[in-house]
Design a protein around this ligand. Structure first.
Ligand SMILES: NC(=O)c1ccc[n+]([C@@H]2O[C@H](COP(=O)([O-])OP(=O)(O)OC[C@H]3O[C@@H](n4cnc5c(N)ncnc54)[C@H](OP(=O)(O)O)[C@@H]3O)[C@@H](O)[C@H]2O)c1
Length: 331
């Protein structure tokens, strides 16, 4: 069972008396940390929680029990649990105990935070975020140049935080060969390094590349010879289609995938309809001849894929545009 990102705040009067978040699988849930912080001040308070409190004995006891015992008077839940075995039961248990429960407050924001968790539960595959950086004239790299930086320091630092937040970060064999990226959270204090995933249908990438480390995954064709990778401790997923590849990554408990390019792999995902979210940095530079971010066949303008819930942010000299291509998976 994947682990959702959940936060909880206990409010007594107008004071936040307890705060908690769920740090990782097997550790107490957000509600438990928040209630511990609040202590006796939880009695009569309101608990705000981003995901419906659990009502089953998993790796930890049910949070509904902890909330009921604490004496909170009201619980505000942003979103119901997408797991059909759980959905609604936590809320019902709280109501049965006489607690006033509100559901759906800031639901859009909460479900966006939980996109990976929801994707894995509902679709059995990770939420896919396509990320790239391009110049003002739409180029992601100069011809025959590996590692030329498109965006500035602030933008690159932001991208590092995504590698920390998402479960895995992927590149195609072309980028592995030309840039040899380490795909780590380099220099981010407390960074936890997402799993590195390399898409290489022929399994011909050099094992000396920096992306290979314990936990790295090679996604390759069913008939590729993967013995050297397996001997080096790389996890191998062999599939004929990108959809099956994502299902294979889902089986490894990867709930969110940051697709960092390059153009060949990004285009294949986009053409297969498997990109859920797009995050693009635009640098105020003009390059001239170079690589376009996408190699997809030309479309008519009215056939262009339009992003929803678009955000635009300035990061140093660069602009970050984000948006969704899929709905956040729900029940
Ligand atoms: N500015 C940016 O944000 C950014 C980011 C990344 C890369 N880049 C640049 O992009 C350039 C590399 O571009 P690229 O297109 O060669 O690299 P790529 O997209 O990383 O790799 C393309 C290769 O991925 C492999 N692949 C594996 N599964 C695939 C699938 N299902 N469909 C399609 N391809 C699949 C293919 O090789 P096989 O057929 O052998 O499997 C294909 O040749 C470099 O210059 C790099 O610096 C820029």
């Amino acid at each position: 069972m994947p682990n959702p990102p959940v936060g909880c705040v206990i409010v007594q009067g107008d004071e936040a008396v307890g705060l908690g978040f769920h740090p990782r699988a097997g550790e107490p849930h957000a509600e438990v940390f928040a209630l511990r912080g609040a202590g006796a001040r939880a009695r009569g308070a309101t608990a705000y929680v981003t995901l419906e409190p659990c009502h089953h004995h998993g790796r930890t006891p049910p949070c509904t029990e902890a909330l009921i015992t604490s004496g909170v008077r009201r619980v505000v839940v942003a979103a119901l649990d997408p797991n059909p075995a759980v959905a609604g039961r936590g809320v019902q248990a709280l109501r049965d105990a006489g607690i006033n429960v509100a559901v759906g407050v800031l639901e859009t924001q909460a479900t966006r935070q939980q996109a990976g968790f929801r994707s894995l539960i509902v679709r059995g595959r990770p939420w896919v975020v396509a990320k790239y950086a391009m110049t003002l004239d739409g180029k992601v790299a100069a011809p025959d140049e590996g590692n030329g930086q498109v965006s500035g320091e602030v933008a690159r630092a932001r991208a590092m935080t995504w590698r920390n937040e998402l479960d895995a970060v992927a590149v195609g064999s072309g980028t592995l060969h030309s840039d040899d990226p380490a795909l780590t959270t380099r220099g981010l204090s407390g960074g936890r390094d997402a799993r590195a995933v390399v898409f290489d249908r022929r399994a011909r990438s050099s094992l000396q590349a920096h992306a290979w480390r314990p936990g790295s995954v090679l996604v390759t064709a069913p008939d590729a010879n993967t013995s050297a990778f397996e001997a080096a401790g790389v996890t191998v997923v062999q599939t004929a289609t990108l959809l099956d590849a994502l299902t294979g990554l889902g089986r490894l408990d990867i709930s969110s995938l940051l697709l960092e390019g390059g153009p060949g792999l990004l285009s294949a995902f986009l053409d297969a309809g498997l990109v859920d979210e797009v995050r693009v940095f635009i640098a105020p530079k003009l390059l001239g001849l170079g690589l376009s971010p996408l190699t997809s066949p030309a479309r008519r303008m009215h056939e262009a894929q339009e992003l929803r819930d678009v955000t635009v942010e300035t990061l140093g000299p660069d602009v970050l545009v984000t948006g969704l291509l899929s709905d956040i998976p729900c029940l």
